[in-house]
Design a binder for this molecule. Sequence first.
Ligand SMILES: NC(=O)c1ccc[n+]([C@@H]2O[C@H](COP(=O)([O-])OP(=O)(O)OC[C@H]3O[C@@H](n4cnc5c(N)ncnc54)[C@H](O)[C@@H]3O)[C@@H](O)[C@H]2O)c1
Ligand SMILES: O=C(O)[C@H](O)COP(=O)(O)O
Length: 614
Amino acid sequence: MAIAPSKCFLSPQTLTNRPSLLYFPAKSPSYVSFSTPKPSTLTLRKSAGPARISAASTVPAETHAGASSESKPTVLVSEKLGEAGLEVLRSFADVDCAYGLSPEELLARISRCDALIVRSGTKVTRAVFEAAKGRLRVVGRAGVGIDNVDLQAATEHGCLVVNAPTANTVAAAEHGIALLAAMARNVSMADASMKAGKWQRNKYVGVSLVGKTLAVMGFGKVGSEVARRAKGLGMHVIAHDPYAPSDRARAIGAELVSFDEAISTADFISLHMPLTPATSKVFNDETFGKMKKGVRIINVARGGVIDEDALLRALDKGTVSQAALDVFTAEPPSKDNKLVQHENVIVTPHLGASTMEAQEGVAIEIAEAVVGALKGELAATAVNAPMVPAEVLSELAPYVILAEKLGRLAVQLVAGGSGVKGVKVVYTSARDPDDLDTRLLRAMVTKGIVEPISSVFVNLVNADYTAKQRGLRIREERVSHDGPPDVPLDSIRVHLANVRSKFAGSISDAGDIIVEGRVKDGVPHLSLVGSFGVNVSLEGNLILCRQVDQPGMIGRVGNILGGSNVNVNFMSVGRTVARKQAIMAIGVDEEPTKETLRKIGEVPAVEEFVFLKL
Ligand SMILES: NC(=O)c1ccc[n+]([C@@H]2O[C@H](COP(=O)([O-])OP(=O)(O)OC[C@H]3O[C@@H](n4cnc5c(N)ncnc54)[C@H](O)[C@@H]3O)[C@@H](O)[C@H]2O)c1
Ligand SMILES: O=C(O)[C@H](O)COP(=O)(O)O
């Protein structure tokens, strides 16, 4: 049963909240630090890009972003990136363009880099994240496919992976269509023959496209653009994609069909799915065997979706009459690769995204995403972290700080030796559960619980992973509340189950450590400890005292702190019944000495007390 606090404000509330970084550790270098030299109010800066949490102060944002060269982050660009993207990067970071590094050279250099930008040619393996020794915070993939980045290792190391998913879509689709037409009309073979001095008009008779069936395998961004263009060429387009909505296909005039129907009825098959464990070698002896004899195959997706030995056999048997390949299992393929040398195969060296326009677009898209992520913004193209829309982030900002501080407080109340395992987070809100995205809040509670008791840093990328690794079971509960729905939350309550507390007053009737907080005027406040209602702003440090409720207690403890030059910024008393038990919550700017704390403990009515760092 919560008891209403009796309020006692000793000094005006100061606003010194320092928002925690969403992606990166508090120990990050200064260019991503939001600490302010003066008390400041928390504001959210809204720009064209994603929302950025920052602390408004007399120091301009640019100073926080760290223009001084010694505090600039370092971005390693390991493959050719468009000049416009490099300019965006240079305005914020030291940019190291080191194209064509060997894997060993990359490992040797990576611990000096905060971000790495790659295309498909750099393998960002677990060894890269390990060699980075915690410094690498963002990997930017200047393109779509992230099969060359070990996402699991990135997540485990708290490293954000962002990509540039849209800028090369049209280029890839156009290349697919170019290969389709060039293959059907034997353009590259005829060209090579003429350059060899021949004139072979009968040898290079092709096939027409109009009226033929094209199966688009993977109806995403590139696949649907290929389908749209193929319709314009008069082809009958069918598509297979287990996750694509049929109305999107219908709108283009394509029909979604099963895998077997697609491959067995098509004259041309164009591949546009990602390389995943499910799609690896999905075109193999068995599936080639189901295809219409003489089928033609185009691959601008990933080499690994085809079993290349099986394709060679199918070409030799004539099951597949021609193939046009832009991508290969190993890139570059060996010089004597039999597929590359095959007379019925045309090849390009992974050129799908290689247009001037696409490369400029991709470079800008990835540079902006990487700079934003280095500043602590939530990236819209995050691959291994939840994407939290700017509006959601904006309204949750003070609750994000509250969630971390509650986690931090709760774990400090645990008695040494009793490991934290079961955590319950209760959100009281007037909102419909579907309108309240709590992933960010859960991540911040985890950060608050884990960081004070370990050397691990926790961010939005690795919060759930870290919780799981440490055996923390975090359960979330929603309690509905009759308040205005424009306020996202009334309160957040953190329960730690099955632990002993070093401050008995924090244990609820049900036996859990409980701390609850609310946001008041944009500032996080502690509103409940155990069964005692309090009202103290969560800033600086906190002393909790459980005492016999009697007159003069505030003055006595206040005098001890004042005598030791410890500034009290807020104080509140919560009690069960008048003149029985009470909890005094005292916000202090400085950390009291042991001697000062001992004196507080010696006040006769004080039964227990604890000092907590926020
Ligand atoms: N050659 C190049 O230079 C080049 C350029 C751009 C993209 N790509 C590659 O093209 C592919 C598609 O890119 P995108 O931007 O269209 O990606 P996308 O994510 O927009 O589309 C991929 C589609 O594949 C579907 N899919 C997933 N599993 C499937 C399965 N088992 N069977 C059928 N469909 C499945 C998904 O539902 C999705 O709709 C990726 O592999 C990407 O790396 C290559
Ligand atoms: O996935 C992609 O975006 C394409 O395969 C392009 O890869 P690239 O950046 O290496 O050209």
